[in-house]
Design a protein around this ligand. Structure first.
Ligand SMILES: [Fe+2]
Ligand SMILES: [Fe+2]
Length: 213
């Protein structure tokens, strides 16, 4: 029989999730990495460094996605779509783990700024969840739209020899488009262009800093 979770249980669970998100190599993917059977082409040192910068940005994006879903999970009701939300959150864990694995292969590291971005995305998610489900789902959709745009850009920018990162990003691109669609279909509001513009500015700050730090 399942017992009701106490506040202490919830707190421990939250803490565990935070650690799994922020500690390198702690996230466990439920699907094998799309890079699994792909062989890389040749890459120069500067190309590899560029790939590390891009994959570090994608990894931090997934840290933010985790924080966003966890923050919302705390405050949003979302009774009808909780199952879908949990599935999307699981797919984000896959993305997080795949980017982490790829960074290790490229001899890169995750961003030192991740705790900062985690905390701000968690607060934004919790805030959106508290305002209401339509806003909360709208926030998911707007975020995924932006992530999709980034992924397109990175797919164009990746060195041609970096086929393993490309395989990861292509699968992520597909998953994110799917998350955006369900969030809108589930009743998410379409955010006005001004809000999306603000979100783009924030993400510019993120990408510029995380590429190096
Ligand atoms: Fe993702
Ligand atoms: Fe997503």
């Amino acid at each position: 029989m399942q017992r009701k979770l106490s506040h202490a249980d919830n707190l421990i669970h939250q803490f565990d999730t935070v650690l799994r998100t922020l500690v390198p190599k702690a996230a466990q993917a439920s699907r094998p990495s799309p890079a699994q059977s792909i062989r890389d082409g040749d890459m120069s040192d500067s190309e590899r460094e560029h790939a590390v910068g891009l994959m570090r940005i994608n990894h931090t994006g997934e840290v933010c996605a985790q924080a966003l879903y966890q923050g919302q999970g705390l405050t949003a009701r979302l009774a009808d779509v909780r199952g879908q939300m949990e599935q999307a959150a699981q797919e984000e864990i896959d993305h997080l783990a795949w980017c982490d694995q790829r960074l290790t292969e490229l001899e890169g590291r995750t961003s030192l700024l991740n705790p900062l971005f985690y905390a701000s995305s968690f607060s934004l998610g919790a805030l959106a969840g508290a305002v209401g489900d339509r806003v909360s789902l709208g926030f998911v959709a707007a975020t995924e739209e932006q992530v999709g745009r980034h992924l397109d850009e990175h797919l164009r920018e990746l060195p041609s020899g970096d086929r393993r990162s490309r395989a990861v990003l292509e699968q992520m691109r597909e998953d994110e488009a799917h998350h955006e669609r369900w969030a809108l279909e589930a009743g998410g509001s379409r955010f006005p262009a001004t809000v999306k513009f603000g979100m783009r500015l924030v993400s510019k700050v993120m990408t510029k800093s995380v590429y190096r730090v």
